[in-house]
Design a protein around this ligand. Structure first.
Ligand SMILES: [Fe+2]
Ligand SMILES: [Fe+2]
Length: 184
């Protein structure tokens, strides 16, 4: 639950941003597959699921705030070549890591909004993993290759995303390996 209007507004904005990231990454996943980069396509699919987790977490914190709201959220548009989409994805993740979530977290801390603090923390930490994976995928593409991968694993609680095997324990939320969903 949430008690303060400013944190509620930040949760709604983050919900909208994450929801749109989910859709955008699905489109870019299809585009990567069309271009013959199934590894990048799989990465976009796995990360899209993680953004859905974040949106759901933020939405859940807002359980006690019912009604219709106009929601403002930064959101990139456009379908480019996959290398360009990865560049835009990295920029979007960086915005969340360096600007949006630190600011939202600070307000939530000032307002002692414990559920929002956790939800923003989970998202911020997962976005760091996403930025890293997108950067590695971009490097592969820049040298003319697909991102070589068998599977990605996404924590269903916090959206933490890892290449190949799931860790014994999620480094962000502490859940066991069974809490990870596999994309292969
Ligand atoms: Fe992300
Ligand atoms: Fe987790």
């Amino acid at each position: 639950m949430v008690n303060n209007e400013m944190t509620a507004e930040n949760l709604r904005s983050a919900f909208a941003g994450e929801s749109q990231a989910y859709q955008r990454y699905q489109v870019w996943s299809n585009k990567a597959e069309e271009e013959g980069f199934p590894g990048v396509g799989l990465l976009f699919k796995a990360v899209a699921f993680a953004e859905q987790i974040h949106a759901g977490n933020h939405f859940g914190v807002l359980e006690n705030v019912k009604g219709d709201f106009l929601v403002a959220a930064g959101a990139g548009f456009g379908i480019g070549e996959t290398a360009e989409n990865l560049k835009d994805a990295i920029a979007g993740e960086k915005h969340e890591i360096e600007q949006m979530y630190p600011a939202f977290s600070q307000v939530a801390k000032n307002q002692k909004e414990s559920e929002a603090i956790k939800s923003f923390h989970y998202a911020l930490e997962a976005e760091k993993a996403h930025a890293e994976l997108f950067s590695r995928a971009k490097e592969a593409l820049d040298s003319g290759q697909d991102f070589e991968v068998d599977s990605f694993q996404v924590c269903k609680d916090c959206g933490y995303t890892v290449k190949e095997e799931a860790p014994d324990k999620c480094p962000v939320c502490g859940k066991e390996a069974e809490s990870f969903r596999k994309f292969a």
